[in-house]
Design a binder for this molecule. Structure first.
Ligand SMILES: Nc1ncnc2c1ncn2[C@@H]1O[C@H](COP(=O)(O)OP(=O)(O)OP(=O)(O)O)[C@@H](O)[C@H]1O
Length: 682
């Protein structure tokens, strides 16, 4: 009998006749569909026409309508950017990076190619980049090397309602740059022929909650555009009475949502890290008592003092049968979309930085909890309606909402101006003469000029010195730039860079734990240096570097955990140190010079930077500033807290129930005399 040969099996790797779309292209199609459904998409053509016609536009549109992600793409796709770059500025790092990731996906390109970002100590862009999301601080810094911002054909100032100091400086500069680059054309594009302006600049100011008239007037008749429509509705609930304990009220509201409402992640706005940690503890405690069949709770904290990448858990989808509960400060308030969030709980509180110039020598930065503004409340609610309809639970009454000011006082009127003043001096500008939307207080201007003079950055004629220029090259507060420059003369650049990098990291080096107070203090003793906190930091860095060389990643982590150290801070500091070393190289400073085990050179270098942060011991055990009249106490967290030392330098003053000096080291009185003599000579 003849047997038939079996038919060959279909090869798994055989190519289908018609190729099916890959997952990546399906994703891209879905993203394009989402883009086309955004409220802003309906007005795309009209918007492009307006941008073409006007050199300055103010664009107002509801949160989530698509301004921040779509406008830059419209400008690119329509050719308005004419081969130049489009800068989109954000007041916060996390917004700049997450928006770049989203827009790169929408453009179907790798991040860092045609879409990129640039934030302090982190950037992803290349010569190909056409859309660059960046913090307002980074673009102000770019003015130093490119005073006309000639690389950019469009600058979009997003979330302009926040009126951050750097946004205000940028807006003032954009106005003058535009006059220079666009010839005498007015904002409507009338006047000199376009051909005479080879590289004109377009400015777009955007927000959901903005005093458009004020911006319009500042730019003498800019075109104001309104985008109609909200993508998804957000239902707002106010509490019937005010809450005294907002952390407790937030916890109760969270569990009410968790038990009574359908799945969807919850975003809770709190003023600061301490409240976040305290709420995290209570939510976790009650989560253990939930019935077995209910959704589990995944808590994701989100605040500025987390290292880059540490927020990423927030942006990942919640695992199955889990509800994400994001505890955030106002860094999650504007611009960003957190996938999965359907519910927002708004405590109505935030922390506000305020600088007290009067009688405080180098000035006193305060960070106090206060009520938010209507603008913030609207932005917070807006985070609930990004992917579908949402709910916002306000832990304050409707009357309290109505009584809130519309928007916050511009930062320029309440913050230290030293760093910005120095940067402006570098590009030949005087803050006093700049055409600003609002003028800073004279007192705060004076105080900042004194600080810069004492640091040797300005001379008596208020002109920038060579040292001032070098200081401005470092992306740091002027005091630390000054310390690095001094460390060159004391042969300890290596050590000062180690210390300054930790001080400039956004996370705290030392982990606090109320429950394990004794264990924390025992662990800290190992690093404590008799000279104080700066050399204590150096001890930690050295010990960590030794561990890092000899142990694997998991052992390093365990070592940090055992010593109550935040590894994130050490890793971030290491990146910062690399960047500071590059700056040193550019300035011809040898960053490898080390003083070995000597302590004085390090303290003296820091003393040059912290020259206005010196205090002398008084008979009653307190300290009195040498510049300024404040009486200060050493912060309980300091290595010198229970020591009496004749003179101290400190990183900052913090105001709680009294004024505390934080980041303290002892300094010989003889050094203070030398420093005074040096100042007399200059
Ligand atoms: N990372 C993301 N993941 C998922 N969806 C996103 C993401 N970023 C944006 N979107 C979607 O695009 C929409 C528009 O976002 P976009 O930031 O452009 O709005 P906007 O008008 O600038 O809002 P806001 O004023 O709140 O910043 C969001 O509502 C959301 O649906």
């Amino acid at each position: 009998m003849k047997t038939r040969k079996p038919l060959p099996k279909k090869q798994n790797n055989a190519l289908p006749l018609v190729s099916s779309p890959s997952i990546a292209s399906l994703k891209h199609i879905a993203l394009q569909e989402q883009r086309s459904k955004l409220p802003i998409a309906k007005g795309k053509d009209a918007l492009i026409r307006e941008f073409q016609e006007h050199d300055v536009t103010v664009l107002l549109g509801e949160t989530g309508s698509g301004k921040t992600t779509q406008i830059p793409q419209y400008l690119l796709e329509s050719g308005i950017a004419r081969g130049g770059m489009i800068a989109v500025t954000q007041p916060r790092k996390v917004a700049a990076t997450s928006l770049a990731i989203r827009v790169a996906a929408e453009q179907n390109v790798t991040l860092g190619t045609s879409v990129g970002y640039s934030v302090r100590f982190d950037e992803r862009f290349s010569s190909e980049t056409r859309i660059k999301y960046m913090t307002d601080g980074m673009i102000v810094r770019e003015l130093m090397s490119d005073p006309l911002l000639s690389k950019y054909s469009v600058v979009i100032v997003d979330e302009a309602h926040e009126r951050s100091l750097r946004t205000d400086l940028l807006i003032a500069n954009l106005k003058t740059i535009q006059r220079q680059r666009n010839g005498f054309r007015d904002v409507k594009g009338k006047g000199k022929d376009k051909a005479d302006a080879p590289n004109p600049l377009k400015i777009i100011i955007m927000s959901a909650t903005l005093d458009a008239e004020k911006f319009g007037q500042f730019f003498s008749g800019a075109k104001i555009l309104y985008v109609q429509g909200r993508q998804h509705p957000v239902k707002i609930y106010h509490s019937s009475q005010g809450q005294i304990d907002y952390v407790d009220a937030a916890m109760r509201t969270f569990y009410q949502i968790h038990t009574d409402y359908p799945p969807g992640d919850v975003l809770i706005f709190l003023p600061g890290q301490e409240d976040i940690e305290s709420l995290e503890r209570t939510i976790e405690m009650y989560a253990k008592q939930l019935p077995q069949d209910s959704l589990s709770v995944l808590i994701c904290p989100m605040y500025a003092a987390q290292a880059a990448g540490q927020n990423s858990k927030v942006f990942l989808p919640a695992p199955p049968k889990t509800r994400k509960c994001i505890l955030a400060t106002n860094i999650a308030e504007t611009s960003i979309t957190i996938p999965g969030v359907k519910y927002v709980i708004d405590t109505g509180k935030c922390k506000e930085k305020r600088y007290l110039a009067r009688n405080t020598g180098g000035g006193l930065d305060t960070l106090l909890t206060r009520d938010i503004t209507q603008s913030s409340a609207m932005q917070r609610a807006g985070r609930a309606g990004r992917e579908g309809s949402g709910h916002c639970f306000r832990l304050y009454t409707e009357n309290a909402f109505k009584a809130m000011p519309l928007s916050a006082e511009p930062e320029i009127m309440r913050c230290s101006l030293s760093s910005s003043l120095l940067q402006l001096k570098c590009i030949g500008q005087d803050l006093e003469k700049l055409e600003l939307m609002d003028q800073p207080a004279e007192e705060s201007m004076k105080s900042s000029l004194i600080v810069l003079f004492l640091l040797g950055a300005l001379n008596r004629e208020k002109e920038i010195t060579a040292v001032g220029r070098q200081m401005a090259s470092f992306p740091l507060e002027p005091v630390y730039g000054r310390a690095i420059i001094a460390s060159k003369d004391y042969d300890c650049v290596h050590e000062v860079l180690d210390i300054v990098s930790v001080l400039s990291a956004s996370s705290k080096l030392f982990v606090e734990s109320f429950e394990q107070r004794d264990a924390v203090s025992e662990a800290r003793k190992k690093f404590r240096h008799v000279c104080g906190d700066h050399l204590t930091i150096l001890n930690v860095v050295k010990a960590y570097q030794e561990i890092a060389q000899s142990e694997g990643k998991s052992d390093r982590k365990e070592w940090c955990r055992r010593h109550f150290l935040n590894e994130r801070a050490l890793l971030e500091a290491s990146d910062i140190r690399d960047q500071l070393r590059q700056t040193c190289q550019r300035l011809g400073i040898d960053h490898s010079i080390s003083c070995g085990d000597k302590e004085d050179p390090i303290i003296f270098s820091l003393g040059h930077g912290l020259a206005m942060n010196i205090a002398l011991l008084q008979p009653d055990g307190t300290y009195k500033q040498t510049i300024g009249q404040s009486i200060v106490k050493i912060h309980p967290s300091s290595a010198l807290c229970d020591k009496k030392t004749p003179a101290i330098i400190y990183d900052e003053l913090v105001y709680t129930n009294q004024i505390y000096a934080r980041g303290v080291s002892r300094i010989p009185k003889s050094f203070i005399i030398t420093l005074g003599a040096l100042k007399q000579q200059s």
